[in-house]
Design a protein. Structure first.
Length: 154
């Protein structure tokens, strides 16, 4: 496995899990958040989408070329290098002391920001709310209020 593939696997793992950051990690999170532009968040969102689209459940619905994936990988690699070596090197160094999970925590923040970028689009919001037409909100509300027992069958 190449170093690049290993790094991509690590980043995918990092973006899929959650840890709580400590104070130096919080400084790094703030720096990363401040350093990311709207364009950067879109670049990360595209990269995350391309990766998720490789899952067997999603792959049949999406066609992404190898060139698109390589272009996205290149852009994210450059962005990650910029963030850690130019935008936030001091914060990274401080957060790294005694914290082997610092990159994990940093990418959790970056992944969350990229997801927020995508999820704030009105088209995405409309599509995500499309299920409400088929959701029995009355029954759900009754359960939440305790009006009907969970054991009751419809």
């Amino acid at each position: 496995m190449t170093m690049l593939r290993a790094a991509c696997l690590f980043l995918a793992y990092v973006l899929s899990t959650s840890l709580h950051a400590g104070p130096p990690s919080e400084d790094l999170s703030v720096c990363l958040s401040d350093a990311l532009t709207g364009k950067d968040r879109k670049t990360l969102s595209r990269w995350m989408f391309f990766a998720q689209a490789q899952h067997p459940v999603l792959a049949p619905f999406v066609k992404i070329s190898a060139e698109n994936i390589e272009e996205s990988d290149r852009a994210v690699g450059q962005l990650v290098t910029h963030l850690f070596t130019e935008a936030c090197p001091t914060e990274l160094a401080a957060a790294s002391i005694g914290n082997p999970m610092v990159l994990h925590q940093a990418f959790e923040v970056v992944g969350r920001l990229a997801t927020m970028e995508t999820m704030s689009d009105f088209g995405v919001i409309d599509t995500l709310s499309g299920h409400t037409e088929y959701t029995d909100t009355v029954k759900i509300t009754e359960i939440m209020r305790g009006s009907i027992s969970i054991d009751e069958k419809p």
